[in-house]
Design a protein around this ligand. Structure first.
Ligand code: ASP
Ligand code: MG
Length: 406
């Protein structure tokens, strides 16, 4: 049996017209000899009646502070509605479609409500349906604990469901259908000559996702990578081939290496605050440890960390800035806050051990008079903290400097 998992995002299931397009994608997979397993997200985006954000809004009006478990019960409904309706669409076209919840599909999670981790995925029921020629239509985003509690996999978690199902079914491919033709070299709202990538490695796409690109849930990529299942991000609304995510990037269809680029994409995160903590010799030797411990105890995650003898510097999400500042001041630290910052990152497996990458990076920014507040790099990425007002200029100049427009 050649299994393909086809996951359709919210905009792909939002109306009867687009559900017809989904039907065609499923029919095509069958015509090509695949046994399709369909995974769906909740219908539409914020504002649509059954979108996840709408359901969260409804719950929040009824509760002062809703418990994570209760929130999962209402968030569950979005995918339920979507999967029933999608299964109906396939049935109306003559397919034997069977709607399944995440639990029915064998997705067992821990009990971390709202952000559960998949512990195991038992494909028995799906395999038996496929053997009977049926098409399972599965609610993405959903899991179930061993003792039957409903859980969800974190926002954007339908991708994770698709990947986990693909891995457990040993699928030939997992297709992630969305409303764009594939993964782009940059946000097209900023860079008008951003390009669709033909292929990208698992590692690169994880970095892009973690650094702000809204392409695919990074956990979905990590799961597919473990089992080496190819992922394809493509559009429901076109026949474009999409972006193939595998462990070999930059290979063309003939298998010959194409022109190697140092960078694959540029991405950004906004709403960041930089914090500097001053340390002096009168402080205890474990002062810097205590700074990070204070933040960790308050569940505040830190990024872009530099520790120097007289100073610690790091960034946090602006939503936590007030709380972090208050805690640190209470402990007697002298701190400086720089608000309205953004982190811009260039990602590329090709930059490993290539000399001059940092020089080009800095050159692109300084030519455009963009202040560099902090930098950090790894083998496959370089990130810079800049004033948020410069984020567009920084992304554009780096995209051009690294030849991503050509
Ligand atoms: N409906 C869920 C969300 O909005 C899951 C998903 O769309 O992937 O987060
Ligand atoms: Mg999504």
């Amino acid at each position: 049996m050649r299994i393909i998992v086809q996951k359709f995002g919210g905009t792909s299931v939002a109306s009867p017209e687009v559900r017809e397009l989904v039907l065609r994608k499923v029919e095509r997979a069958r015509d090509q000899g695949f046994s399709p397993v369909v995974v769906v997200s909740a219908m539409g985006r914020q504002g649509a009646p059954y979108a996840t954000d709408t359901l969260i809004g409804i719950a929040r009006t009824a509760y002062k502070g809703i418990a994570a478990r209760e929130l999962d019960q209402i968030m569950y409904c979005g995918e339920m509605i979507s999967a029933v309706v999608m299964a109906g669409t396939l049935q109306a076209a003559g397919m034997e479609a069977v709607m399944l919840t995440g639990g029915h599909a064998g997705i067992i999670t821990d009990a971390t409500f709202n952000n559960a981790r998949i512990l195991k995925c038992d494909p028995t029921r799906i395999i038996s349906l496929l053997k009977q020629g049926k098409v399972p239509v599965i609610c993405g985003f959903q899991g179930m604990t061993g003792d039957g509690e409903f859980t969800t996999l974190g926002r954007g978690g339908s991708d994770t469901s698709a990947s986990a199902l693909g891995a457990s079914l040993n699928a030939e491919m997992v297709e992630i259908y969305t409303d764009v033709d594939g993964i782009m070299t940059a946000d097209p709202r900023i860079v008008n000559d951003a390009k669709i990538l033909d292929c990208i490695s698992y590692g690169e796409v994880c970095q892009l996702a973690h650094q702000g690109a809204k392409v695919i849930h990074p956990r979905a990529v990590e799961i597919a990578m473990q089992k080496n299942i190819p992922l394809v991000v493509k559009s429901t609304f076109s026949d474009a081939p999409g972006t193939l995510i595998t462990n070999i990037a930059k290979e063309d269809t003939d298998g010959a290496a194409v022109i190697d680029k140092v960078a694959t994409g540029v991405t950004y995160l906004t709403n960041i605050v930089q914090i500097k903590v001053h340390l002096d010799e009168t402080m205890a030797s474990d002062a810097s440890f205590k700074v990070f411990k204070t933040l960790a105890d308050s569940d505040i995650s830190v990024d872009l960390i530099n520790v120097h003898p007289g100073q610690i510097m790091f960034t946090i999400n602006a939503d936590h800035a007030e709380r972090a500042a208050a805690k640190l001041k209470r402990q007697g630290y002298e701190i400086e806050l720089l608000e309205n910052c953004a982190k811009v990152s260039v990602v590329g497996g090709g930059m490993r051990e290539v000399p001059g990458v940092m020089a080009s990076f800095i050159e692109a920014l300084s030519c455009n008079k963009i202040a560099i507040l902090q930098t950090v790099d790894s083998h496959t990425s370089i990130s810079v903290l800049v004033p948020q007002s410069d984020v567009g200029a920084a992304v554009k100049s780096l995209h051009e400097k690294f030849g991503l427009s050509t």
